[in-house]
Design a protein around this ligand. Structure first.
Ligand code: SF4
Ligand code: SF4
Length: 136
């Protein structure tokens, strides 16, 4: 577990989107590739590497990311990289237009305004393709 504050009342449940999106060096797992240990749950959960233990997506960690952004519901995972002043929205290629639909499109427009003010980059990625840069 990481030690950052998390949004109260949110649990990953059956979601495993980060297990596909993240690059896990310790496992030689490339980004955007399903983890071999993801078998309807993490098969090595007690021994999963720190990169897995410490990661929380935006839905878990960022209060401004509304409940409707739960990845299995929205088809999207918000990936915050504060150290690089980046917020990336990874969209499930099977639902490539999810980010254009409401209420997500309005949320993204609002986040883009805030990101510009803070000098942050906000981008939308579908699979390996960056389809929109909303702020930079
Ligand atoms: S993408 Fe977010 S909600 Fe889904 S498993 Fe990862 S941390 Fe949990
Ligand atoms: S080791 Fe477990 S927690 Fe880490 S990416 Fe693989 S399935 Fe997910």
């Amino acid at each position: 577990m990481g030690d950052q504050p998390l949004v109260a009342g949110r649990d990953c449940g059956p979601c495993a989107m980060c297990c596909e999106v993240l690059r896990i060096e310790a496992l030689d797992k490339p980004e955007l590739t399903p983890c071999a240990h993801q078998q309807g749950g993490c098969a090595i959960y007690p021994d999963r590497p720190p990169a897995c233990r410490e990661f929380y997506c935006g839905w878990r960690a960022l209060p401004f990311v509304g409940a409707h952004w739960y990845p299995p519901d929205s088809g999207m995972m918000v990936f915050p990289l504060a150290s690089e002043k980046r917020l990336t929205v990874h969209v499930d290629p099977a639902r490539a237009d999810a980010w254009r639909q409401e209420p997500y499109a309005t949320d993204l427009a609002n986040w883009a305004q805030a990101a510009r003010r803070m000098g942050m980059r906000l981008a939308v990625v579908v699979g390996r393709q960056e389809v929109a840069v909303l702020a930079e």
